[in-house]
Design a protein around this ligand. Structure first.
Ligand code: ADP
Length: 475
């Protein structure tokens, strides 16, 4: 079975968030299962710099509105393919800066979606399945049913929605760039309140759709979570499934972590204590024995940063130390920085993307905070659990599928959950966690249960394989 994964970030090539972990890990697992999976991504600046690439196939031409772009395809080890267009992708960031998204994102990702299909022809690669991911590649399922139908008549498509909050909504003028018939600009197809919506293009046309957890696959059909697409999604209810993301334990394992100063396992937690000590020193926490709550996150509304900001003063007055690593919206960065000035010694903030510090935070924290407004799957709670950092999280989406509340399970859970999106519910939940933390005979078994949880990719990759095979039969 030949599977093409079209995606705009994947480890180890480029990463801004969980999508990269998911795409990269799934890709590797599928290949491990003997599937001829190939990854297609834009050729970003960092990839050119850090990987030895080879030219693959002849040049391709991509028509966008009135302009024709020439592009080369490169490959890394004959499995990952990269579409070159320096004008679009030779930039510092992938999607935009702290001030906002790049203004030409419609152009950039419509180009990429078309280029992937042109590249297939140039490479004489006819996939059985194209697995598109999120809005950036939402046009691909539609292209293979319309403009590219002849060449891809035997190819089925799966659209994986990692986050329905990001839809690729652009002015109607972007319609001309797509090359699709203008009649498709109507509310039953890709029009969305007078604009075009690239995720919607994928939703209406993909042979199947999946999200990254079961709970989220149900939530997106509700008004609260669907971001205006709940109705369109409901129409495709029968084709929507949820497959929980896994964790790549080669990267995320406290017993073999190259980034952390000490390793540890459920059998010997002395390394965790050492990591906590080092983290506390790095953060210059005054009370080195106080519990540490960590957070590693994009600083965006989805992640509940308002809740954190509103509750932070009270959280710190519980005596707990808080460390936040994040990058994102300027307004959140500024507000979080203001706290650093006034709460030195109890609160530590690092703005930026820092892999090594992320590992140290997972390893050194006692508690991990995830107050998300919504969470399609969420990887950080699964990573935190592996490192014995107990999640305090809002019960939404993938959190519901991965964390069991301690109190609801009579002391047998794997974390602490709160439901209401308000700072007092968050604070109360933290206090419940601290209450258990203060009792070693309860906290240690809780940590053990977290560390023993198995969220490895194997199961998830098998479920993707099964879904692909089902689509094959359909095709
Ligand atoms: P999302 O994909 O919505 O950002 P996930 O929980 O699915 O959230 O995945 C987030 C991933 O990105 C995790 O691997 C997390 O460790 C990592 N991450 C997020 N922000 C940072 C950061 N500032 N520095 C390092 N890693 C980060």
């Amino acid at each position: 079975m030949k599977v093409l994964i079209a995606v705009t970030e994947a480890i180890p090539y480029a990463k801004t968030g969980g999508l990269a972990d998911v795409a990269g890990s799934l890709f590797n697992e599928l290949r491990g299962l003997g599937i001829d999976a190939r990854l297609f991504m834009p050729l970003y600046r960092g990839i050119k710099k850090n990987f030895r690439l080879e030219l693959a196939g002849p040049r391709i031409k991509v028509q966008l509105g009135g302009r024709r772009y020439q592009s080369r395809i490169f490959t890394h080890e004959g499995r990952a393919y990269f579409v070159e267009c320096n004008e679009f992708f030779d930039r510092r960031e992938i999607y935009g800066t702290a001030l906002g998204e790049y203004e030409d994102n419609a152009l950039r990702f419509i180009f990429f979606s078309k280029a992937v299909l042109e590249a297939c022809e140039a490479l004489e690669f006819v996939p059985d399945i194209i697995n598109a991911n999120d809005w950036q590649t939402g046009l691909i399922p539609l292209y293979i049913k319309t403009t590219h139908r002849d060449r891809f008549s035997k190819t089925s498509s799966l659209l994986t929605i990692h986050n329905v909050g990001y839809q690729g909504i652009f002015p109607p003028s972007a319609m001309a760039l797509t090359g699709l018939p203008t009649e498709m600009f109507n509310p039953d197809e890709i029009e969305f309140y007078g604009k075009i919506n690239l995720l919607k293009a994928g939703i209406i046309s993909a042979d199947a759709i999946n999200t990254v957890s079961y709970s989220y696959s149900r939530e997106i059909m509700e008004k609260e979570f669907g971001y205006g697409l709940h109705g369109v999604l409901k129409k495709r209810k029968g084709e929507i499934t949820g497959i929980l993301n896994g964790i790549d334990y080669n990267e995320w394992s406290p017993a073999g972590d190259e980034f952390t100063p000490q390793q540890f396992s459920a059998d010997d937690l002395s390394g965790k204590r050492a990591c906590k000590e080092i983290l506390a020193r790095k953060a210059a926490f005054k009370d080195r024995n106080a519990p540490i709550a960590g957070m590693v996150t994009r600083l965006v509304t989805q992640k509940g940063i308002e809740l954190l900001l509103e509750a932070l003063e009270d959280i710190l007055s519980t005596g707990m130390n808080v460390i936040v690593l994040g990058k994102g919206d300027d307004r959140y960065q500024r507000k979080l920085r203001e706290f650093s000035r006034t709460h030195r010694g109890r609160y530590f903030l690092h703005i930026g993307y820092d892999e090594a510090l992320a590992h140290l935070i997972y390893a050194g924290s006692d508690i991990f905070l995830i107050p998300s407004r919504y969470e399609p799957c969420g990887l950080t709670q699964m990573i935190a659990m592996k490192y014995g950092a107990v999640p305090v999280a809002r019960s939404t989406g993938g959190i519901v599928d991965t964390v069991d509340d301690f109190y609801h399970l009579d002391g047998n859970g794997t974390g602490f959950l709160f439901a209401g999106y308000d700072p007092s519910a968050f604070l109360e939940c933290i206090k419940r966690a601290l209450c258990v933390y203060s009792c070693d005979s309860k906290w240690e078994p809780l940590m053990m249960r977290c560390m023993e949880k198995d969220f490895s990719w194997k199961n998830s990759a098998r479920r993707y394989e099964a879904l692909y095979r089902k689509l094959l039969r359909k095709g």
